[in-house]
Design a protein around this ligand. Structure first.
Ligand code: ZN
Length: 257
């Protein structure tokens, strides 16, 4: 997280070396957190030079399906065993990639004040001297700001040994966009369960099933469009801040923000 996580602004550390000292050689990977994706971490010294890899896990907080497995690490190993997993994390052999939620979806991507209903990106925060224009208090600083503060490489830098990652919103978030009703509504649950029955599991639906198969199993065209747009990273998200999740929105809603 932006506060007390390893690279958080209140952690007291600005690098892995500062944090772990001479134990640094025992650090093989870091977890990206929801409000950051690997491309943001690639800009940090120890990740940029390839010594430390990036992994991702769901950080579920609760048991809801849209929280569990929302981020994941993809292994390409012969047998799913502890030894093979730890070897992949330590050496990179068999560490194929990660699945991420879009970092804007995380609860601390941007800066702001939840109670003041105010949020902004790092540029604006600098102009405001980190002061909330509504209440005059100090803004809660998000991950994007912190990355800019710590990054040793420019935006877009890709380390040699980096692995691919996919950004995906959970299926339930697509259903919310599709139906307009609350995430845990009965209608959304029915649709979710029917999709899982037809296609086996959520990642299969989000990543693999092609358009024709979705059509032939009577998935609504608007939902198919959302599934495809999610794969292509074309769903806009109002960035999360001060503990508020980011909100997925359709293009036509963009002008509201
Ligand atoms: Zn405020």
């Amino acid at each position: 997280t932006p506060w007390f996580g390893l690279f958080g602004s209140k952690s007291g550390f600005d690098s892995l070396k500062e944090c772990f000292g001479e134990q640094l050689d025992k650090i093989h990977a870091i977890e990206s957190g929801m409000s950051a994706d690997p491309s943001m971490l690639w800009r940090f010294e120890e990740v940029a030079n390839g010594k430390v890899r990036v992994v991702s896990f769901s950080d579920a907080h609760s048991f809801w399906p849209w929280r569990i497995g929302r981020e994941a690490t993809i292994f390409d190993i012969e047998e799913l065993s502890y030894d093979n997993i730890i070897k992949a994390i330590r050496t990179g052999q068999g560490l194929k990639g990660t699945i991420e939620t879009p970092p804007e979806y995380g609860r601390y991507h941007w800066d702001g004040h939840r109670n003041c209903n105010f949020s902004c990106g790092p540029e604006e925060t600098k102009k405001l001297n980190r002061i909330c224009p509504k209440c005059g208090g100090k803004l809660i600083i998000g991950v994007e700001y912190r990355v800019e503060e710590l990054a040793k490489k420019n935006k877009g830098f890709t380390p040699k040994n980096s692995v691919q990652f996919r950004k995906l919103l959970p299926l339930h978030e697509l259903l919310v966009l599709h139906t307009g009703s609350g995430i845990a509504s009965k209608g959304n649950w029915e649709m979710y369960n029917s999709l899982i029955e037809k296609f086996g599991n959520e990642f299969n639906i989000l990543l693999r099933v092609n358009k024709e198969d979705l059509i032939s199993k009577e998935v609504k065209l608007k939902l198919i469009d959302l599934i495809i747009r999610n794969r292509e990273g074309k769903i806009k998200i109002k960035p999360g801040y001060d503990g508020e999740y980011g909100v997925a929105m359709l293009e036509e809603q963009k002008k509201l923000f």
